[in-house]
Design a protein around this ligand. Structure first.
Ligand code: PA5
Length: 467
């Protein structure tokens, strides 16, 4: 197990390492009560209400079997698998695909794809993108997975309607091409799925969108791609069991949450997620939703108004060393940088000889790209630390199903703990709902007439401010 254990190094958050802007024992003492509250609240609420995601690694044996069986059927029958969903119903599948499949999956041959279908996630309603999809895939070869927890999100329902219509117009039976993933008891998709006879997987009640990767939302697409979902759940369970009590010295989620909470209190309003691996590029996107949507709130738990949160920013090492790092090194002291490092990349590329006459290039020859990317991460860590900027590093021994499950669970736990320290509800998203409801009103959904009037009355635009 230890060879798969992810680690946290937070030296560069501490005053005795980075100097005056780092944290001291006094900083930890000052938040002791909030940490204590967070741990107790977590322990009390785990498995209940919107903390159903804390049981997913224990309670899905049966559904996992069904997913594996269905995935096998899909793999045998279809050349393309398309996820129709948005937000928490898309970002998990995207990031797991990127992490565990060939980085040019759709372009390589079937053997290199491990016999998995080509994979697309359509998480927008840009008409040009829908058109691009429909002119790229052959409908008869495609399985569509419509994913929506609420069962009514305009974007996903629109995509569903377009696809169903296209299938029918092509003389195909939608029932044979559509799988739905949604709530069993609420929303419209479940009613539609029953009426149309679609194969359906259920999103458990206590699992919100951004906490849903380890339920059928993420597990079905992953299994279709040939990913070992049981190992992902094992990894999540391993992290979970290391992170559910305060006394546990391995509780790195609680430690990371506490560090971030102290940082927020000191005015570090930005959380930069900086993985040094293309495979983890979209983990940064997934994290941005998790962190931003969970912690950005305008009410404390008791309803008292507030405005809290920490703005997540995604970056990629080394690519963004050439765009964002200048700001992180020399700009304001308002960020916490999270490096994500990989001990062992799954491939090795040697930098060949061939530049002997040019010593300033030749020094690279004989090294590997593995050494170069690692050196660049260390160098960047050195530069931001020297500038006194708060940063810490999460190490993955290797990117695989187990470590990815660990990593995702780590971030989910860290988010929950930090939300409780901030005294907000990390599991709701009224700000998102407001936008969804306004869209319904603008497009005339029955029941949203009052909202439509509110919008009409509240939307004021002056010509003088338009150019
Ligand atoms: O985290 C959340 O709850 C949201 O971001 C949702 O995932 C997103 O709005 C999509 O919602 P749904 O899955 O209900 O279509």
């Amino acid at each position: 197990m230890d060879k798969n254990k992810i680690r946290l190094d937070y030296n560069n958050m501490m005053a005795d390492v980075i100097g005056e802007r780092g944290f001291t024992k006094a900083d930890f003492d000052a938040v002791k009560d909030r940490v204590y509250f967070a741990v107790n609240y977590f322990n009390e609420k785990q498995g209940t209400g919107f903390m159903g995601w804390t049981r997913l690694h224990y309670e899905q044996d049966q559904v996992v079997e069904d997913i594996v069986k269905t995935a096998e059927e899909v793999r045998n029958k279809f050349k393309n698998f398309v996820v129709l969903g948005i937000g928490g119903s898309a970002l998990g599948p995207i990031s797991v695909f990127q992490a565990l499949c060939h980085l040019h999956h759709n372009e390589v041959n079937q053997g290199r794809r491990k016999n998995a279908p080509k994979f697309y996630v359509e998480d927008n309603v840009d008409p040009e993108r829908m058109n691009a999809l429909l002119t790229t895939i052959k409908l008869k070869d495609t399985c569509f997975n419509v994913i929506t927890k609420s069962g009514s999100t305009s974007e996903t329902m629109t995509q569903y309607l377009v696809i169903k219509d296209a299938l029918e117009k092509a003389g195909l039976n939608p029932q044979e091409h559509i799988i739905t993933t949604t709530s069993a008891n609420s929303g419209n998709l479940i009613k539609i799925a029953k009426a149309e006879g679609y194969k359906t997987f259920y999103i458990p009640d206590g699992v919100g969108g951004r906490f849903s990767e380890l339920c059928p939302v993420g597990l079905l697409p992953a299994a279709v791609l040939g990913i070992d979902i049981k190992q992902m759940l094992e990894g999540a369970k391993f992290m979970y069991e290391n992170c559910v009590n305060a006394e546990n010295a391995n509780n790195m989620a609680l430690t990371a949450a506490t560090l971030q909470y102290i940082a927020i209190n000191k005015g570090h309003n930005i959380s930069v997620m900086l993985p040094y691996a293309d495979s983890l590029k979209f983990i940064a996107d997934w994290y941005c939703q998790l962190w931003g949507e969970s912690l950005g709130k305008n009410k404390y738990m008791d309803g008292t108004p507030c405005n809290v949160g920490q703005t997540p920013v995604k970056a990629l090492g080394v690519t963004d060393q050439h765009s964002q790092i200048q700001l992180y090194t020399e700009g304001p002291f308002d960020k916490v940088i999270t490096f994500v490092a990989v001990d062992k990349y799954r491939k090795k590329v040697v930098i060949p000889a061939g530049c002997e006459d040019f010593p300033n290039v030749n020094f690279l020859c004989g090294h590997t790209m593995n050494e170069l990317i690692t050196a660049e991460r260390k160098a960047t860590e050195y530069a931001v630390t020297k500038a006194g900027k708060l940063n810490h590093t999460i190490y993955l021994p290797v990117v695989n199903e187990f470590t990815l499950g660990e990593l995702m669970m780590f971030f989910e736990l860290k988010t929950a703990y930090c939300g409780f320290m901030l005294n907000i509800d990390p599991f709701n998203q009224p700000g998102v709902e407001e936008g969804k409801n306004a869209t319904y009103a603008l497009l005339g959904r029955p029941g949203y007439e009052e909202k439509a009037n509110e919008l009409k009355a509240g939307t004021k635009k002056f010509k003088k401010y338009m150019m």
